[in-house]
Design a protein around this ligand. Structure first.
Ligand SMILES: Cc1cc2nc3c(=O)[nH]c(=O)nc-3n(C[C@H](O)[C@H](O)[C@H](O)COP(=O)(O)OP(=O)(O)OC[C@H]3O[C@@H](n4cnc5c(N)ncnc54)[C@H](O)[C@@H]3O)c2cc1C
Length: 273
């Protein structure tokens, strides 16, 4: 299988900034004509759906849970890292990049991790704007701590429930877009299949878990934000629903055109193949 992550060319530290400044952009009037499907409503999916909605795109967002707030992001505890260097202890984007690569046993894609380190600085401000109650010092400034074995203090947190608070923030922002009509929410819908047209992801097949009906949803682009590989591993702190089936189906669909209904494990709720 040939997996192409389409990482932009250029020196590591400039790849994404250069790409962002040179990529074609969509005129505001055309944005609402473009439909985007986002599968997943954890921190990744809820943030993507609400940001795309706020930018003016027509978004359809799917989760197999009864509410976006049930996503497993709610379990994250320790905090979120950002290279803001508030503690003035020598932190930098490069240092966060390097620590993350090392923490990932040198297996992560370097360009994407560098982008994560670059974005980390603004993400904290975005979360604060969404109302996330991060811990603060007595003077009112954002507090941070050293976490996960790193040598610097860069973890922003909300007690031991950072994921829960972040998810509530992302959910509020998603709810605002749902109320404004830019995001259409499909709770209790499980993505079963990715639909490809001319080599591009153009839709999904989903099962309505309340009625059992199969539904077709078309779009100009599909974002898969369905979480980590938790239960691929023997031991995991992830919930049993973190079963990687959506990502697996997408990878399979990308590798060959075979119908996935035949090879699927039974649907976790209905037992139907
Ligand atoms: C106990 C614990 C503690 C953690 N602590 C930290 C921490 O301190 N700091 C940190 O940075 N990270 C931490 N993590 C990791 C972090 O929480 C996750 O990496 C992150 O929340 C994943 O977010 P996500 O949006 O990608 O996925 P999730 O939050 O898992 O969301 C997945 C979404 O996809 C949907 N979905 C999945 N499959 C389908 C399908 N087939 N059809 C429709 N919808 C589907 C689900 O309904 C859900 O809405 C922790 C994780 C755990 C388990």
């Amino acid at each position: 299988m040939n997996l192409n992550s389409k990482i932009p060319a250029g020196p590591l530290a400039e790849k994404w900034t250069k790409y962002k400044s040179t990529m074609p952009i969509v005129a505001p009037n055309n944005k609402r004509k473009l439909e985007i499907i986002v599968v997943g409503t954890g921190l990744a999916g809820a943030a993507a759906a609400s940001s795309l909605g706020e930018l003016g795109y027509s978004v359809k967002c799917f989760t197999f849970h009864d509410s976006p707030r049930r996503a497993h992001s709610i379990a994250a505890q320790g905090g979120i890292n950002a290279a803001k260097n508030y503690a003035n202890d020598g932190d930098s984007i490069y240092r966060l990049f390097y620590d993350t690569i090392k923490g990932g046993d040198y297996r992560a894609r370097e360009a994407n991790v560098h982008r994560l380190a670059e974005c980390s600085v603004d993400i904290i401000d975005q979360c604060v704007a969404q109302g996330v109650p991060f811990a603060r010092e007595y003077g009112g400034l954002l507090e941070n701590r050293s976490f996960g074995g790193v040598q610097v203090s860069r973890t922003f947190y909300a007690r031991g429930q950072t994921g829960q608070q972040l998810l509530i923030g992302a959910y509020q922002s998603l709810s605002r877009q749902i109320a404004l009509g830019t995001v259409q929410m499909y709770n209790r819908h499980e993505m079963l299949e990715l639909v490809k047209v001319d080599g591009k992801a153009r839709g999904i097949i989903a099962r309505n878990l309340l009625t059992g009906e199969l539904e077709r949803h078309a779009a100009h682009a599909v974002v898969i934000a369905t979480g980590g590989y938790g239960n691929v591993f023997y031991l995991s702190t992830n919930a049993m629903t973190c079963n990687v089936t959506a990502a697996w189906k997408s990878v399979k669909r990308c590798s060959h055109g075979q119908s996935l209904f035949y090879t699927n494990p039974p649907n976790m709720y209905t037992g139907i193949r």
